[in-house]
Design a protein around this ligand. Structure first.
Ligand SMILES: *[C@@H]1O[C@H](CO)[C@@H](O)[C@H](O)[C@H]1NC(C)=O
Ligand SMILES: *[C@@H]1O[C@H](CO)[C@@H](O)[C@H](O)[C@H]1NC(C)=O
Ligand SMILES: *[C@@H]1O[C@H](CO)[C@@H](O)[C@H](O)[C@H]1NC(C)=O
Ligand SMILES: *[C@@H]1O[C@H](CO)[C@@H](O)[C@H](O)[C@H]1NC(C)=O
Ligand SMILES: *[C@@H]1O[C@H](CO)[C@@H](O)[C@H](O)[C@H]1NC(C)=O
Ligand SMILES: *[C@@H]1O[C@H](CO)[C@@H](O)[C@H](O)[C@H]1NC(C)=O
Ligand SMILES: *[C@@H]1O[C@H](CO)[C@@H](O)[C@H](O)[C@H]1NC(C)=O
Ligand SMILES: *[C@@H]1O[C@H](CO)[C@@H](O)[C@H](O)[C@H]1NC(C)=O
Ligand SMILES: *[C@@H]1O[C@H](CO)[C@@H](O)[C@H](O)[C@H]1NC(C)=O
Ligand SMILES: *[C@@H]1O[C@H](CO)[C@@H](O)[C@H](O)[C@H]1NC(C)=O
Ligand SMILES: *[C@@H]1O[C@H](CO)[C@@H](O)[C@H](O)[C@H]1NC(C)=O
Ligand SMILES: *[C@@H]1O[C@H](CO)[C@@H](O)[C@H](O)[C@H]1NC(C)=O
Length: 742
C-alpha cells in the first residue's frame, strides 16, 4: 500500500494551514469571483455557459475504497509535521526529477519523485520507449493495455520514481487537430476509460503511483496557458483559453474515462492548463471539489500541471493539493531498467497497427525479392538518436514530441528491419529517402533494375507535439505526392504511416495502392513491429480508435485559433457540438467517411452470429440506488445489469484476433442530442482457423444511462434500447432490442 499511503499523505484540507503559511505564486480571490468575462451577445448559448458554480468547502478524504488504514497512518504522520514541513509536502522544489517533494529524514520520509510521462520515463537513460497511447488504444486489447502499464511502471519504479505522470484521458480527442491526442488512447470515452483503468492498474501494481491527466477539458494546445508580458513575466496579457462545456457533455464525454481512472484508484490526478467555464482548471472548485472529489469520490491528490497554478489559497480551497514544479536539478543516475521490455514493445507496436486496405493479396508479403522503400520515415533520424522531440525531416517517427515523448536508448528503423528480413530471403532492397526528390520524379526512371519492383513500400510520417495543435490532417513532407509518384510506377504500392492519429488519405482508392497500414507511434521496436505485420508473423488486429474522414474539412470542433482581438478574456472555446465528436458526429449527420471508428482488417476473416441478450436484474429502476460514494462514484453505476453474448468465428485461412464491438442506442425517450450509437463493450478474441467462441459483454448501469442535468443523476431511459455487435462502428453484424426499466 505504499503508493496509496503517499497519496493520503498529500491529500486533504489538513494541509491547508500549511499552504496559507507559504508564499505561493500569486494571490487573488476565488476564481469564480475573479472571472468577469462578458459573453458575446450573439451566442445562442448565452444562458448555458460562461461561469463555473462555486463548490466549497473541499471535501475531506475518508479512505473509502480500501485506503482506510493508509488514511490513519497518514493522519498520524501529518500530526508530526511542522508547519514548514507541511508546506514542503505540497509544493515542488528543485531536484533530480521532473517534480520533487523533498524528503523529511527525521521521519524517514524519503520524498517524492514525479516523472514524465505516458509512454516512457522520459528524463532517463537505459530506459525503454513504449508505444504511444494512441497505439495502445488501437490494440483494443485489455491485456496489452495492462501489460504495457505494468512494464512501464516497473521501469519508473526501478529508476526510483514514485509517480508516473500519466496516463492521459485529456485531451480525449474532441478535435482531430489537437496536438496531444496521441498521448491518450481514443476519442471514444468508453475505449479511453478501459485503457485508463488497465494502464493505471498496471502502473500501481508495479508499485508506483499513476497520475491521470489532464483534468479536464484540455482539448487544445493553442493558448492553453496565458500570454505573459515578456518583460514582466508575472503579468498576464491574455488569459488562457476557456473550454466552455455543458454539464451533460462533461459527464458523458470528458469525465467518463476519468471515472474509470478514479475507480482504478489512481493515486493522483493532474489538473490542466486551460480554463473550464472561465475558471482556471487548477482552481475550479466545481471541477475539483464538486465533480472529482465529491461525485467521483476521488481519494488521492490533485497536482497542478507544471505552472498551471494561478493562485495560492484559493486554488487549495478549490481542491488543488500539490503545486508543481519548483525547478530542475541534476539528472538521473544510470541504471538499466529495460529488462525484456523490448520484446513486449515489439508485440505492442504490431498490435497497435491498423490494416486499412489490403487488395490483390498484397499482404502479408511472400518473400519478395525486389523491394523498393520510399520516404523520409524509413530510416534513421539524421539529427539525433537520443531525443525524439524535434520535427526533423529525415528519420522515422516512433513517438510524438513534448513531455509525453521518450528518450530512445535504441531505435529499430523500418529500413533496417526490412533489410534484415529481405536478406534472409535472398532479396534486394533499394531505397529513396528524399520526399522532395521522389515527389518530383518519374519514379520509373529511378528504379534499378528498370522493372516494377515486387513491392514498393512507402513510409510516411505525421508529427504532433505538446504545445502546438496540428495545422492540417495530411501526412507531412509532401507525403501525398510521394504516394502518387510511387503508385504511378508501381502496381504493388504498400503505404505505411507513422502518425499521431488522424490522417486524411486522399489516395486510398488508387488502384496501385494495394495496402495501407496505420502504424501509429510504435515505440523503440518500430521496424521490427512493422516487419512482423508486413510478413505475417503477426496477423494485424488493430482497429481505429478514431475516425478517418474523407476530408480534413469534414471534422467538426476545430481548436479555437483565429482569435484576432487582444482582450484579456477573448480566448473562448465553445463546446457547442456537445456529444457529437468523432463517430458520434459523423453518424448523426450521415456523413460518409474513409475509414470509420473501430475499423481494421486482418489476414483472415471473421463472422458474428447468434446475438443473445438477457437481463441480470429484473427490477431495474431508472434512478440508481443512492449508495455511499466510492472511488469511481456511485457503485450502483458500475453494477452489471444486462448480459449480451455473440458467437464470433474465424471464417478465413489463418489464425487471428477479432475485435467484436458492442454499440448501444438509447431509447427515443432519452434527451435530444443523444448519439445514435455509442461504444459500450469490446473484447479481443484470438481464434484459430475455423474456430468459434462465445463472447460475453456485461453492460453496467452507466453503459445504459445518460446524465440528467436536472436530477444530477445517471438515468436509464424508458423504452426500447438497440444494441449492435460488429467489427466497427459502421460494420454492424447483428442487432437486438430490449427494454430495461419497468
Ligand atoms: C459549466 O457550465 C455549465 C452551464 O452553466 C454548468 O452546467 C456546468 O456545471 C459548468 N461546469 C463547470 C465544471 O464549471
Ligand atoms: C475536514 O477535517 C477537518 C479536520 O478534522 C475539519 O476541520 C473540517 O471541517 C473538515 N472539512 C469538511 C468539509 O468536512
Ligand atoms: C519589453 O521591453 C522592451 C525594451 O524595453 C520594449 O521594447 C518592449 O516593447 C517591451 N515589451 C512589452 C510587451 O511591453
Ligand atoms: C532532396 O531533393 C531535393 C530535390 O532534388 C534537393 O533539392 C534537396 O537538396 C535534397 N535534400 C537532401 C538532404 O539531399
Ligand atoms: C516515366 O518514365 C517511363 C520510363 O522512362 C516512361 O515510359 C513514362 O512515360 C514516364 N512517365 C511520365 C509521366 O513521364
Ligand atoms: C500502376 O502501376 C503500373 C506499373 O506497375 C503502371 O503501368 C500503371 O500506369 C499504374 N496505374 C496507375 C493508375 O497509375
Ligand atoms: C503488377 O504487374 C505485374 C506485371 O504486369 C504482375 O505480374 C503483377 O501481378 C502485378 N501485381 C499486382 C499486385 O497487381
Ligand atoms: C476538401 O474540402 C475542401 C473544402 O470543401 C475542398 O476545397 C477540397 O478540395 C477537399 N479536398 C478533397 C481531397 O476532397
Ligand atoms: C481572424 O483573422 C483571420 C485572418 O484575417 C480571419 O480569417 C478570421 O476569420 C478572423 N477570426 C475571427 C474570429 O474573427
Ligand atoms: C441519416 O440516415 C438515417 C437512415 O437512413 C435517417 O433516418 C436519418 O434521418 C438521416 N439523418 C440525417 C441527419 O440526414
Ligand atoms: C452474465 O455474463 C457473465 C459472463 O459474461 C456471467 O458470468 C454471468 O453469470 C451472466 N449473468 C447472468 C444473469 O446471466
Ligand atoms: C431487485 O430485487 C431483488 C430481490 O427483491 C433485490 O435483492 C435487489 O436489490 C433489487 N435490485 C434493485 C436494483 O432494486
Amino acid at each position: 500500500m505504499a503508493a496509496s499511503f503517499l497519496s493520503i499523505l498529500l491529500s486533504g484540507s489538513t494541509l491547508l494551514s500549511a499552504v496559507r503559511a507559504q508564499d505561493f505564486t500569486g494571490g487573488g480571490g476565488r476564481d469564480e469571483d475573479a472571472f468577469s468575462y462578458v459573453q458575446p451577445l450573439d451566442t445562442v448559448i448565452l444562458t448555458e455557459y460562461g461561469s463555473s458554480p462555486p463548490v466549497y468547502p473541499s471535501p475531506n478524504i475518508t479512505g473509502v475504497g480500501g485506503w482506510e488504514d493508509a488514511l490513519e497512518k497518514a493522519k498520524a504522520f501529518v500530526a508530526q509535521l511542522t508547519i514548514e514541513e507541511k508546506a514542503d509536502m505540497v509544493t515542488g522544489q528543485a531536484g533530480p526529477c521532473v517534480g520533487n517533494i523533498v524528503s523529511i529524514p527525521r521521519l524517514g520520509f524519503s520524498g517524492l519523485c514525479l516523472q514524465d510521462g505516458p509512454l516512457a520515463i522520459r528524463v532517463a537513460d537505459y530506459a525503454s520507449v513504449f508505444s504511444a497511447g494512441v497505439s495502445a488504444g488501437a490494440t483494443w486489447d485489455k491485456d496489452i493495455m495492462y501489460e504495457r502499464g505494468l512494464a512501464m511502471g516497473q521501469e519508473f519504479k526501478a529508476k526510483g520514481a514514485h509517480v508516473v505522470l500519466g496516463p492521459v484521458a485529456g485531451p480525449l480527442g474532441r478535435s482531430a487537430y489537437a496536438g496531444r491526442n496521441w498521448e491518450g488512447f481514443s476519442s471514444d470515452p468508453y475505449l479511453s476509460g478501459i485503457a485508463m483503468e488497465e494502464t493505471i492498474t498496471g502502473h500501481q501494481d508495479a508499485g508506483v503511483q499513476a497520475c491521470a491527466k489532464h483534468w479536464i477539458g484540455n482539448e487544445q494546445e493553442t493558448q492553453r496557458n496565458p500570454t505573459y508580458d515578456t518583460n514582466i513575466t508575472t503579468t498576464e496579457l491574455v488569459n488562457a483559453v476557456s473550454s466552455n462545456i455543458d454539464d451533460r457533455t462533461i459527464h458523458e464525454l470528458y469525465m467518463w474515462p476519468f471515472a474509470n481512472a478514479v475507480k482504478a484508484k489512481a493515486a493522483s490526478v493532474m489538473c490542466s492548463y486551460q480554463r473550464i467555464n472561465g475558471s482556471h482548471s487548477c482552481q475550479n472548485s466545481k471541477g475539483q471539489n464538486g465533480l472529482l472529489k465529491t461525485e467521483l469520490g476521488f481519494q488521492g491528490y490533485v497536482v497542478s500541471d507544471w505552472g498551471g497554478t494561478h493562485s495560492g489559497v484559493s486554488a487549495i480551497e478549490a481542491g488543488l493539493d500539490m503545486n508543481m514544479p519548483g525547478g530542475l536539478g541534476p539528472c538521473q543516475r544510470s541504471r538499466d531498467v529495460r529488462g525484456n521490455h523490448g520484446t513486449l514493445i515489439r508485440k505492442h507496436g504490431a498490435a497497435g497497427s491498423v490494416l486499412l486496405k489490403n487488395e490483390n493479396g498484397a499482404l502479408p508479403l511472400q518473400a519478395p525479392k525486389n523491394i523498393a522503400v520510399f520516404g523520409n520515415d524509413a530510416s534513421d533520424p539524421t539529427q539525433s538518436s537520443v531525443l525524439n522531440q524535434v520535427d526533423f525531416e529525415y528519420g522515422t517517427l516512433a513517438s510524438g514530441g513534448g513531455s509525453g515523448t521518450g528518450q530512445f536508448s535504441y531505435l529499430i528503423t523500418p529500413l533496417r528491419a526490412i533489410q534484415d528480413r529481405a536478406t534472409q530471403d535472398g532479396g534486394l532492397v533499394h531505397y529513396w529517402l528524399n520526399n522532395t526528390l521522389i515527389a518530383n520524379s518519374n519514379v520509373s526512371d529511378l528504379l534499378i533494375p528498370r522493372q516494377v519492383p515486387d513491392v514498393c513500400i512507402v513510409m510516411l510520417k505525421t508529427w504532433a507535439q505538446e504545445a502546438e495543435d496540428r495545422a492540417h490532417l495530411s501526412v507531412d513532407h509532401n507525403g501525398n505526392d510521394v504516394v502518387e509518384a510511387v503508385a504511378a510506377a508501381c502496381n504493388n504500392t504498400v503505404v505505411v504511416t507513422h502518425s499521431s492519429g488522424v490522417n486524411t488519405l486522399p489516395w486510398s482508392d488508387h488502384p496501385n495502392v494495394t495496402a495501407i497500414l496505420a502504424a501509429h507511434y510504435p515505440g523503440q521496436e518500430s521496424g521490427n513491429s512493422l516487419v512482423d505485420v508486413l510478413y505475417g508473423d503477426v496477423n494485424p488486429s488493430g482497429h481505429l480508435p478514431y475516425t478517418i474522414a474523407l476530408n480534413g474539412t469534414d471534422y467538426n470542433a476545430p481548436p479555437t485559433t483565429a482569435v484576432n482581438t487582444t482582450g484579456f478574456d477573448d480566448w473562448q472555446s465553445w463546446f457547442d457540438e456537445k456529444l457529437e465528436i468523432d463517430y458520434r458526429y459523423f453518424d448523426a449527420y450521415n456523413i460518409s467517411v474513409r475509414y470509420e471508428f473501430g475499423f481494421g482488417l486482418s489476414y483472415t476473416t471473421f463472422g458474428i452470429s447468434d446475438l443473445q441478450s438477457s437481463p441480470i436484474e429484473s427490477n431495474v429502476t431508472s434512478f440508481p440506488e443512492e449508495l455511499p460514494i466510492e472511488p469511481g462514484g456511485n457503485p450502483a453505476l458500475w453494477a452489471p445489469i444486462y448480459n449480451v453474448s455473440v458467437c464470433v468465428s474465424n471464417t478465413g485461412d489463418v489464425a487471428g484476433a477479432a475485435v467484436p464491438q458492442l454499440y448501444v442506442g438509447l431509447p427515443s425517450s432519452a434527451p435530444a442530442g443523444t448519439p445514435i450509437r455509442q461504444l459500450r463493450g469490446f473484447e479481443k478474441v484470438y481464434l484459430e482457423q475455423g474456430e468459434s467462441q462465445t463472447v460475453g459483454f456485461e453492460l453496467m448501469r452507466r453503459d445504459l444511462s445518460y446524465w440528467d442535468v436536472v436530477s444530477q443523476q445517471w438515468l436509464i431511459p424508458e423504452g426500447e434500447f438497440t444494441i449492435w455487435v460488429g467489427f466497427s462502428s459502421r460494420d454492424l453484424k447483428v442487432q437486438d432490442s430490449f427494454t430495461v426499466v419497468g
